[in-house]
Design a protein around this ligand. Structure first.
Ligand code: NAD
Ligand code: UD2
Length: 303
């Protein structure tokens, strides 16, 4: 049984990860400030320490009690980075450096959440781990900063890390009520209530939607690959879906019509995003990803 720290363990992805770690018999300590997560998400048997990842003393103290760390706490929204550039930077990059710094005292391995947002635009699709990195948003730039500081953590301080570039993650427990939440949770919630959906821009932008169960499998496997060489892995499906096609698929599963209100395109928005999953699937020993339709059906049945 290992003692594991999960920052952001009361959030969407973190709560699923904590549940999986408990099932495999690990002792789980969650550090979360409940800014977007909820205590109701805390996995049975996990312990919650209410605190801010920017508080270096707190992070140092909890890191001294564990064998490994998953660092997922962040302000997980491109849009919030547009509204509050410095504030999101403090949580998304500075606090991550604090996590690596705390890990170096005992060489605690850290698996952390990066994002497809590091690729930005201009790369050849599908994006693989060697593709050009040109983030368009503060959120993407900070996630790229996390990857670069992970290399420093390994090279200078001997901290083993692995970064996972999640593409667009969806599934149960993604909060549909936050305007900053993922598009799938918002569309599912709206259509369930018979309300129109808002589509930013023309709706022909594409995303690679990956089910949360696949993300958890990648996280669990990635801990074995944490290394001072600071590897990064795509977590994606290789399938691109436009926002309008997504709306149509959810409407079909809900058995109804759907009404669209077009809104101006978001600032800092990426037009097309689809990843190449092969290298990560092979290295991490992962099976094929859950299909979008099947993942959507699971998500709708949770709502
Ligand atoms: P989430 O908002 O549901 O979870 C984040 C958790 O971190 C929440 O429980 C929140 O309360 C906590 N948190 C935020 N700031 C904190 C702070 N200063 N101190 C302590 N706790 C804090 O988001 P999520 O979708 O589960 O995202 C998890 C990670 O995965 C994030 O790093 C995010 O950037 C990354 N990611 C998510 C997606 C996605 O599609 N959901 C895609 C790429 C990367
Ligand atoms: C980015 C990252 C993703 C993750 C996420 C933060 C990319 C490609 N993806 O996701 O990896 O880090 O940020 O958790 O960088 N949309 C609508 N109507 C809505 C809501 C969204 O049209 O009501 C559109 C939106 O304009 C975008 C798409 O849906 O084109 C997906 O939006 P999102 O907010 O779910 O995620 P995105 O792509 O910004």
């Amino acid at each position: 049984m290992a003692r594991i720290l999960v920052t952001g363990g009361c959030g969407f992805i973190g709560s699923h990860l904590c549940a999986a770690l408990r099932v495999q018999g690990d002792q789980v300590l969650v550090l979360d400030d409940l800014s977007t997560g909820t205590e109701a998400n805390l996995a049975p048997g996990a312990t919650l320490l209410l605190g801010d990842i920017s508080d270096r003393e707190v992070v140092r103290e909890v890191m001294s009690e564990v064998d490994a760390c998953y660092h997922l706490a962040a302000i997980a929204s491109v849009e919030r980075g547009v509204q509050d550039w410095m504030g999101t930077h403090r949580t998304n990059l500075s606090a991550t450096i604090g996590v690596f710094d705390a890990a170096r005292a005992r060489g605690v391995p850290v698996v952390y959440a990066s994002s497809a947002a590091v690729y930005g635009s201009g790369g050849t699709l599908p994006l693989d781990e060697a593709s050009i990195l040109r983030p368009l948003s503060a959120y993407g730039a900070d996630k790229l900063g996390c990857e670069q500081h992970a290399r420093v953590a390994g090279h200078v301080h001997g901290v083993p890390t692995a970064g996972l570039r999640f593409f667009n993650v969806f599934g149960p427990r993604q909060d549909p009520r936050s305007p900053y939440s993922g598009v799938i949770s918002i569309f599912c919630d709206r259509m369930r209530r018979g309300e129109p959906i808002d589509v930013f821009g023309d709706g022909m932008q594409t995303r690679d939607f990956v089910f949360v169960g696949d993300v958890v499998r990648a996280l669990v496997r990635a801990m074995r690959h944490a290394s001072v060489t600071a590897p990064v892995f795509n977590v994606c499906t290789g399938r691109a879906t436009s926002v309008l096609a997504l709306g149509a698929m959810i409407a079909e599963l809900c058995g109804g019509e759907f009404a669209v209100r077009h809104r101006p395109a978001r600032q800092g928005e990426i037009r097309h995003s689809v990843g190449a999953p092969e290298w990560a699937q092979e290295r991490l020993g992962l099976g094929p990803a859950v299909g979008l339709r099947s993942g959507l059906a699971t998500t709708l049945s949770w709502l």
